[in-house]
Design a protein around this ligand. Structure first.
Ligand code: AGP
Length: 608
């Protein structure tokens, strides 16, 4: 879980690398470091903390070189210290590497290299790569890299430079994303395209076990056995302004406010004008397979898992296909039963979550057909699945997922429609339902326009130590998501529960200091939720309800009401989660928390 940028070209490397790595800080931010070949010397600087610390330490140094690598780290092996920060060098200091991923056999490799006389300076798994390359180096860097990587087990995205072969930047990928950028008079390497958009939109997505050799003039790609691979060049569709804050105080707030647009984008081009026909280009070739699916397993983590739960309710209700939702991290280590006709639906904003990727690979091995729902085009999950749907939500930079969640629900709804069409379930295909989806972006905007009320509630309850979130039916996953948002960015302990489960335990927690958020929209379980509200009120709990605008009775029963427009049950979560995102955001800001970079968390969890 880290960010990588590499550059070789006609321009000065330092500003290119530092600009790029700043855009990747959200991927890991406990330490950072840079190596540049400057004045015919390999020079490096590393620091603990944000990229600013590195910039301070650099203090204008290394301003001549035109080849370098930079890294921002989120610790896995070894504490966040200067010694453990990347880049790591070999014994001579002439080879420098930055690494994302985990080297699983590093203990074995380290012991072997130490026996050969190599001296290690860090506690990281990554450093073995620098020494291993050194041990094979005979004048050609890419050759040593290939030989070294044949010995490595585990995952890597690597950028490597050497003073002894100084006109090359090497990139290698297995299990950790890496992209080559093709610029004017130079080449880039990055683990996330946002880092290089300022310089180029022409990219090549490396696949697993590929190695790219970049010089100022050209790029060559081979596999680990030096067999040439021809790669296609893709054009990135995102603009740089999409990756910046656009005037908002935090990326998270910007992304919350982008939801009317991201939801429109999720629908764009997917419905035939004036009809209820759904088009999903990424599923076209698998229509026959999807027609015969008899069981669906949804595998995901975190917010994407919560969206998956909504997907389960949706698909079972409308298509009558049995669905199970699995934590990807559990699924991968069980012995999941995959029979003929099982489809595994993986959901991931980043498309790089290690547990989800591994669950997908396990399911694939067992013969399941894999459908992915991802936001990041070119991500590992998107590329390794049999078919898929993109969210088109644009980059999500805030660690707390917001717009991806609502787009995931919208896309699951569109998928339900699509499956209904290919499976001939005509009764589902009503234009009314699609029209309800079309209304959603405008309704989200209405909720966003009423933020003042939410800020007031944040002020009243921001000091609480605990929160309970309760909902039923489609709003139970929203309760989970509301609690997840609050805990991850404000560090308040928050639990999400199915409202009726409260009486089986959590009710013991209720007293005057316990704010309870009820999602009580007027759906088929509304009357039942009112009973649960009563149970909390009689025990002195403070109730904040999310209810529909037409609801005149609820304000009498609760302490505060946040109103959302009415829609059909299945789409309610997209609306009811918006006040909860804003509530979590404003509480976190009030408590002085770093909303976009919450402690201990990183945007995409590419380690187990
Ligand atoms: C969401 O706010 C979290 N930061 C986290 O739970 C996230 O949803 C999870 O790690 C899965 O990420 P993915 O969607 O990129 O796979």
């Amino acid at each position: 879980m880290c960010g990588i940028v590499g550059y070789i070209g006609e321009n000065k490397a330092r500003p290119v690398l530092m600009n790029g790595i700043r855009r990747l800080e959200y991927r890991g931010y406990d330490s950072a470091g840079i190596s540049i070949i400057n004045d015919n010397k390999m020079v490096s600087e590393r620091s603990v903390g944000f990229v600013d610390e590195l910039e301070k330490k650099l203090n204008g140094k290394f301003d001549k070189g035109t080849l370098g690598i930079v890294h921002t780290r989120w610790a896995t092996h070894g504490a966040p210290t200067v010694e453990n920060a990347h880049p790591h060098c070999d014994c001579t200091g002439n080879i420098s590497i930055v690494h994302n991923g985990i080297i699983e056999n590093y203990n074995y490799l380290k012991a072997k290299l130490e026996k050969e006389g190599h001296i290690f300076k860090s506690e990281t798994d990554s450093e073995v790569i620098a020494h291993l390359i050194e041990s094979y180096f005979e004048g050609e860097l890419e050759d040593a890299v290939r030989r070294a990587l044949r010995e490595v087990d585990g995952a890597y995205g690597l950028a490597i430079i050497s003073l002894d072969d100084p006109g090359k930047l090497i990139a290698a990928r297995r299990g950790s994303p890496l992209i080559v950028g093709i610029g004017k008079g130079g080449h880039f390497i990055t683990s996330d395209v946002a880092a290089i958009l300022e310089y180029t939109k022409e990219v090549v997505y490396l696949d697993d076990n590929e190695i790219a050799v970049l010089t100022r003039e050209k790029m060559e790609t081979t596999d680990i056995d030096n067999v040439q691979i021809s790669k296609s060049i893709d054009a990135v569709q995102w603009n740089l302004d999409k990756t910046e804050k656009g005037g908002y105080e935090h990326f998270m707030l910007k992304e919350i406010y982008e939801q009317p647009q991201s939801l429109r984008d999720a629908m764009l081009g997917r419905f035939e004008k004036d009809s209820n026909l759904v088009h999903l280009g990424g599923l076209k070739e698998k229509e026959d397979v999807l027609r015969d699916v008899r069981r669906i397993i949804i595998a995901a983590c975190g917010t994407s898992w919560n969206a998956g739960l909504i997907g389960e309710y949706m698909i079972e209700e409308h298509l009558e296909i049995p669905v199970e939702v699995e934590y990807a991290s559990e699924f991968r280590y069980r012995n999941p039963i995959i029979e003929e006709g099982t489809m595994v639906l993986v959901i991931s904003q980043s498309g790089e979550t290690a547990d989800t990727l591994a669950a997908m690979q396990e399911a694939k091995k067992k013969g399941a057909v894999i459908l992915s729902i991802c936001n990041v085009v070119g991500s590992s999950i998107a590329r390794e699945s049999d078919c898929g749907i993109f969210l088109h939500a644009g980059p999500e930079i805030g660690v707390a997922s917001t717009k991806a969640f609502t787009s995931q629900i919208a896309v699951l709804f569109i998928l339900t429609f699509f499956l209904a069409r290919v499976r001939g379930k005509k009764e589902v295909l009503s234009s009314d339902l699609i029209n309800k989806l079309r209304e959603i972006p405008g309704q989200v905007q209405q909720i966003l326009d009423k933020k003042d009320q939410i800020i007031k509630i944040a002020q009243l309850y921001g000091d609480s130590n605990n929160f309970l979130y309760l909902g039923r039916g489609y709003n139970y996953p929203v309760a989970l998501e509301g609690a997840l948002k609050l805990k991850e960015i404000s560090y308040i302990h928050a639990e999400g529960y199915p409202a009726a489960e409260m009486k089986h335990g959590p009710i013991a927690l209720i007293d005057k200091n316990m704010p309870v958020v009820f999602i009580a929209t007027t759906d088929r379980v509304y009357a039942k939720v009112l009973n649960n509200i009563e149970e909390v009120r009689t025990r002195g709990g403070k109730v904040i309800a999310i209810a529909n605008e037409q609801n005149n009775e609820i304000s009498e029963m609760v302490d505060h009401v946040l109103y959302v427009p009415e829609t059909i049950d299945v789409l309610t979560p997209i609306l009811s989660v918006i006040p909860l995102q804003l509530l979590a955001y404003h509480i976190a800001v009030m408590r002085g928390c770093d909303v976009d970079k919450p402690r201990n968390l990183a945007k995409s969890v590419t380690v187990e």
